[in-house]
Design a protein around this ligand. Structure first.
Ligand SMILES: *Cc1c(COP(=O)(O)O)cnc(C)c1O
Length: 385
């Protein structure tokens, strides 16, 4: 099976993990802060908080921004469920803003319309989570301008986007948002097995997230309510979690960081190759926004169903039958039974639902071979005719 995504592991990566295994610390040692610095420096962010998944990072990002009961968090329906679930973890409500028909990320126009209505009824969101679908940045300047006008905070869910750029600057620099979150799941751009990170330029948010990832506990005298009882002493200041990343994971991540640019440029070479090879098929190919350099986590095609004698499902199944691990990213979140029980109904975001009926993710990962890619293209051509 040619999967839609997979990790690229080198001997150096293996060696980095083995070194940690032979060292004094498997967790809470020096590898985690070293990995945090590597990512923060790469992105041009001041603070980084490594955690055990992007889902955890989204959760503590929401908590650090004060999301709680009675608040509303808005995101795109075309994302992994974690982008929405994080708000529910905090007791807040979630709402969805439809996607742009070209980029498939949250539509700034739809967001502006929905904000104007929300202002009238006094239900403005506390946070908007902008998801950089496939690795291409959302219209962050536009979203930022709206955040200033309406007073909401912004989280970038950049699970797909490490190594990408927006307006010629690294995604994660926080120019247009409060917190940016990365995922290091093996299908993403770089991996730590499981893992995530939250970046910010705000010291207070960084401190809050650092507390929340480890039970809300501090050993920092400056943060304590009184002088320590002794050298053993620590204080729990918040209700936190065990969301820590291990040193094994961080060492792998830091080793992967040294090849991040290479991974992304390999993805770009493959993407350009797909663009050329698929140009004459009845498909919409990924749109390249001029001010973006995508991390290219995913290569999503849309079927022109009116020009094809098969259904979306038949094309998908033909590819799977050829041992190609195509996928669909994503089912609109609010169509999930859990969200339907919260009251969302189909038809809520029409662009998102149309996208869902046509989208297929083709294999895309740094070490996908050209021979495998040619096979994918040949099988797709077959499936479409
Ligand atoms: C993968 C992903 C997540 C969750 O990442 P984990 O590290 O698996 O928790 C969140 N948001 C998006 C858009 C993702 O693709």
């Amino acid at each position: 099976m040619i999967p839609y995504g997979r990790q690229t592991i080198s001997e150096a990566d293996i060696q980095a993990v083995v070194e940690v295994l032979r060292s004094d610390f498997l967790t809470q040692g020096p590898a985690v802060p070293a990995f945090e610095s590597a990512v923060a420096n790469y992105c041009g962010a001041q603070y980084a908080c490594a955690v055990n998944s992007a889902t955890s990072a989204l959760h503590i990002a929401c908590l650090a921004l004060g999301v709680g009961k009675g608040d509303s968090v808005w995101t795109s329906p075309i994302t992994f469920v974690a982008s929405a679930n994080c708000a529910l973890y905090c007791g807040a409500d979630v709402d969805f803003v439809d996607i742009d028909p070209r980029t498939y990320t949250i539509s700034t126009d739809k967001l502006a319309e929905k904000l104007a209505l929300a202002e009238q009824i006094g239900r403005l969101p506390k946070v908007v989570i902008a998801v950089h679908l496939c690795g291409q940045s959302c219209d962050m300047a536009g979203i930022h301008a709206l955040s200033q006008r309406y007073g909401f905070k912004v989280i970038e869910d950049a699970a797909h986007a490490i190594g990408g750029k927006y307006q010629n600057q690294a995604i994660g620099n926080g120019r247009y948002s409060d917190i940016t979150v990365f995922s290091f799941h093996p299908v993403k751009i770089i991996t730590t097995g499981e893992g995530g990170m939250a970046l910010t330029n705000n010291a207070e948010l960084a401190n809050k997230m650092a507390l929340l990832r480890s039970h809300g506990i501090t050993r920092d005298l400056a943060q304590m309510t009184h002088v320590p009882d002794g050298a053993w002493y620590y204080q729990q200041l918040e209700l936190g979690f065990n969301y820590r990343m291990t040193d094994l994971q961080a060492a792998l991540g830091q080793s992967q960081m040294t090849r991040l640019d290479e991974f992304v440029s390999q993805r770009h070479a493959l993407s350009q190759r797909y663009d050329t090879l698929l140009a004459d098929l009845p498909l919409t190919l990924p749109w390249r926004q001029s001010d973006c350099y995508s991390g290219l986590h995913l290569y999503v095609i849309r079927l022109h169903l009116e020009r094809i004698n098969k259904t979306h499902r038949q094309v998908f199944e033909a590819m799977r039958a050829a041992d190609i691990g195509v996928n669909v990213h994503y089912i609109p979140v609010y169509l999930q039974p859990y969200y339907q029980r919260l009251g969302f109904q189909s038809g809520y975001c029409t662009e998102a639902e149309r996208y869902y009926t046509e989208a297929i993710s083709l294999p895309m990962y740094a070490n996908l071979t050209m021979a495998d890619q040619d096979y994918v293209v040949a099988k797709l051509q077959e499936a479409l005719t």
